[in-house]
Design a protein around this ligand. Structure first.
Ligand SMILES: Cc1cc2nc3c(=O)[nH]c(=O)nc-3n(C[C@H](O)[C@H](O)[C@H](O)COP(=O)(O)OP(=O)(O)OC[C@H]3O[C@@H](n4cnc5c(N)ncnc54)[C@H](O)[C@@H]3O)c2cc1C
Length: 224
């Protein structure tokens, strides 16, 4: 389990398939099979990536357990090619854990929409901002509990909770879709918080599919 942000994590639950799986998905075209990954197989993976023969990369499938703020999950779940199961605020009481950015991540934005650059606020502003966020968290949680105490259903009471509350989900995703996620979310243009998760996932898969990962990097980090 790799810690991300103040209370979050990403964990590789399991993984099905590897570089050899990609090779043999492709070799199916010729009714052939490799038993290990050598220079010929590395060349084939490079060729598949370069020419965007994407389906063999759908062979390896990964399951991740993720804990992140709701606003990160909201962006994450825009990635439709994959499966999600999330902690339910209808069935379970939410957990009192809120994301508060580190001082250097209380950012200021400059420029036009879509081309923003972000710089840290002064320490004074950051500390005031963090106080406001913490105050809001405490109040929202108190209101949530008051609604529950009144007998209001969890699915209604949760309406007062802010999007920096942590949620948890399981994500099942194939490598092709994962490359697309990494291409978009490890990128400097992605929001800093989701980027931290993407960068950790990127580290994890480098070890599991080293040849495919290298081919992805060599081809300009474009998903096949
Ligand atoms: C920096 C950044 C800023 C963003 N800003 C906004 C924003 O302001 N507003 C907003 O709404 N979203 C925004 N998004 C989300 C973005 O538009 C995508 O929804 C998200 O990144 C998922 O990408 P995807 O569709 O490629 O992934 P997936 O949904 O996982 O799809 C993977 C691939 O499958 C194919 N595919 C999937 N579904 C279809 C389909 N229905 N038709 C055809 N092909 C399909 C596409 O090739 C796609 O690339 C932003 C994303 C980033 C990274």
């Amino acid at each position: 389990m790799i810690q991300v942000l103040d209370h979050g994590y990403v964990e590789l639950h399991d993984c099905m398939g590897d570089d050899l799986r990609i090779v043999n998905m492709a070799r199916q075209s010729f009714g052939q099979k490799s038993v290990s990954v050598g220079p010929k197989e590395e060349g084939l993976i490079g060729f598949l990536m370069k020419h965007r023969h994407g389906t063999p990369f759908e062979g390896p499938v990964f399951t991740f357990n993720v804990k992140c703020p709701i606003f990160v999950a909201r962006e994450w779940m825009r990635h439709r090619i994959g499966s999600f199961n999330e902690y339910s605020g209808r069935y379970s009481k939410m957990i009192e854990e809120f994301y508060i950015p580190a001082t250097e991540q209380v950012r200021r934005q400059k420029g036009k929409a879509g081309e923003y650059t972000f710089t840290p606020c002064s320490e004074e502003v950051a500390s005031a901002a963090k106080e406001i966020i913490a105050y809001n968290n405490a109040h929202a949680w108190r209101h949530y509990e008051s609604l529950l105490d009144l007998g209001v259903a969890k699915e209604v009471a949760r309406m007062v909770l802010p999007v920096n509350l942590y949620t948890q989900f399981t994500w099942v995703v194939n490598l092709r879709s994962l490359f697309n996620f990494i291409a978009l979310r490890s990128n400097d243009r992605a929001m800093w918080e989701i980027r931290q998760y993407s960068l950790q996932i990127e580290e994890l898969i480098q070890e599991l599919v080293p040849v495919a990962y290298q081919a992805f990097v060599d081809n300009g980090r474009i998903a096949p």
